[in-house]
Ligand binder design. Structure first.
Ligand code: NBP
Length: 478
């Protein structure tokens, strides 16, 4: 019997994905550079379904039915290129290499071009849900050709998470589109975690203990904030340190790591000219948290309030923080979805934004009740200029803004950093202002660099003779 599909990379993600496929009745060929890991999967899980272990790449490829679908779950970067190089000599035209690692979408564009020229398909696909999701049903974001999706799609949809009978997997668009969308998923994940952290810090500053904060997050998870990350925050805050018995969160060093997808989301947004303030602030917050020298020096040299908040009405304050969290989260999502749309246009992918929200409703790390709402908004108006302005979102932001402003002001007053809460509010205010401070910037640009300006009352571009007689010259008609 030949395998229906192959998986390369038997570390945590690949082995779980292979088991998920086997649990769904597919015969799965498995391969790992170091055979011991393949053997370990056979020993521990071989009885869960049909696995065909390959000791060599040649044996592995030969064991898969043609046209072959081969999923790579190896370390992103050089390991992915090395694995592809090893596979290529054994493939036949029409075979599909699927890169399910967290590859940068520009690498995926390059690889797709090189590999399709050789007569094979290359599908860069995002997979989210961590190791548990890979095993039980992740959210899957495949790119590549539509032809490859006809072979691969049914298998990926079968193993993905489902909302009712809708799979959390759909074809996103050509070449790098899947990895691009996964990148932004991760960027949004950064901002989701950051706003949770900011909310927790504010609750703490108001004298709320860790247990009580855990209970608050639990309650929030019952309402419109209901999401996987809010749910596990409640769990994290409840956890006692096995060594000391203190809340574990107080023992964990306040230094957040990162592997790159958040940074890629921000650098790509900068290249595309899309403001993703919330995601950028989240990436910068992690960077600042890890900047040991800065923090050591600043803790003794920089003065400010002592991070305590006097709140006369605790319940009202907690509700304010909840509203600020919701509003900031929605603004960060709005920015992330803007990047998906702009990137989709820029790279010629024609990405269906509503579909992204649809396949993120379950399986992935940012799964949340809000995503159904977002899906409905983008389905109803595919050309929605900004999620912030959607019919169900704008009135709620209007309703929540007083609380949001109180929280940002209180945080600033008390010296509690809330970079995403405050930058999201600034973005909201910047967008809605009939006039903003850019006129000063543009005037200065014309002053020192003759970059010209436009006028509010006439078409064309103008330059003022700043160092001459200060007369105005029209430099172009449009
Ligand atoms: P790792 O990212 O730790 O990669 C380990 C795998 O890569 C092993 O199978 C290893 O083989 C293989 N490998 C390496 Br390293 N260098 C290789 C090379 N030069 N040639 C061939 N194979 C090589 O595993 P992971 O945490 O399971 O993640 C796999 C992918 O999934 C990554 O791209 C990751 O970013 C992505 N991802 C992870 C998560 C998550 O929650 N962890 C979620 C979503 C996506 P060896 O055994 O011989 O060393």
């Amino acid at each position: 019997e030949k395998a229906n599909i192959g998986v390369v990379g038997m570390a945590v993600m690949g082995s779980n994905l292979a088991r998920n496929l086997a649990h769904h009745g597919y015969a799965v060929a498995i391969y790992n550079r170091t055979f011991a890991k393949t053997q370990a999967v056979m020993d521990e899980h071989g009885s869960e379904g049909t696995f065909i272990p390959g000791a060599t790449v040649e044996e592995f490829v030969a064991s898969i039915a043609h046209p072959r679908s081969i999923i790579l779950m190896v370390k992103a970067g050089a390991a992915t290129d090395a694995t592809i190089e090893e596979l290529l000599p054994y493939l036949e035209p029409g075979d599909i290499i699927v890169d399910a690692g967290n590859s940068f979408f520009r690498d995926t564009i390059r690889r797709e071009k090189e590999i399709s020229e050789k007569g094979f398909h290359f599908v860069g696909t995002g997979v989210s849900g961590g190791e548990y999701g890979a095993l039980t049903g992740p959210s899957i974001m495949p790119g590549g050709t539509p032809e490859s999706y006809t072979v691969l799609g049914p298998m990926l949809e079968a193993i993905s998470a489902h909302v009712g009978d809708e799979p959390c997997c759909t074809w996103i668009g050509p070449n790098g589109a899947g990895h691009f969308v996964k990148m932004i998923h991760n960027g949004i994940e950064y901002s989701d975690m950051q706003v949770i952290g900011e909310a927790y810090e504010l609750l703490k500053a108001a004298g709320i203990g860790t247990d009580e904060a855990a209970a608050i997050f639990k309650t929030w998870n019952q309402g419109e904030l209901s999401s996987y990350l809010i749910e596990i925050t409640a769990d994290l805050l409840q956890q006692a340190d096995p060594q000391t018995g203190a809340p574990l969160v107080d023992v964990i060093k306040d230094r957040a790591g990162m592997k790159g997808t958040g940074t890629w989301t921000v650098t790509t947004a900068l290249e595309l000219g899309v403001p993703v303030n919330g995601i950028a602030e989240s990436v910068f917050a992690r960077a600042e948290s890890s900047h040991d020298d800065l923090r050591r020096v600043a803790q003794t040299s920089l003065q400010g309030p002592d991070r305590t908040l006097q709140v006369p009405d605790k319940d009202a304050f907690v509700e304010d923080v909840r509203r600020a969290l919701w509003a900031s989260k929605v603004v960060a999502y709005s920015q992330g979805f803007d990047e998906i749309r702009t990137g989709g246009q820029e790279f010629g992918w024609n990405i269906n934004v509503a579909d992204c929200a649809k396949i993120w409703r379950d399986g992935c790390i940012i799964r949340a009740k809000l995503l159904e709402n977002i899906r409905q908004e983008y389905s109803a108006s595919p050309d929605l200029v900004s999620l912030m302005c959607a019919p169900s979102i704008a009135p709620q932001l209007a309703d929540y803004q007083d609380a949001w402003r109180r929280v940002v002001a209180a945080a600033a007053q008390a010296g509690v950093p809330a970079p995403v809460f405050s930058s999201s509010l600034a973005y909201y205010d910047m967008a809605r202002a009939p006039r903003n401070n850019a006129a000063v910037t543009q005037g200065l640009r014309d002053y020192f660099g003759s970059h010209t300006y436009e006028r509010v009352d006439a078409a064309g571009h103008y330059h003022l003779e700043w160092s001459g007689d200060r007369s105005e010259i029209k430099t172009s008609d449009n």
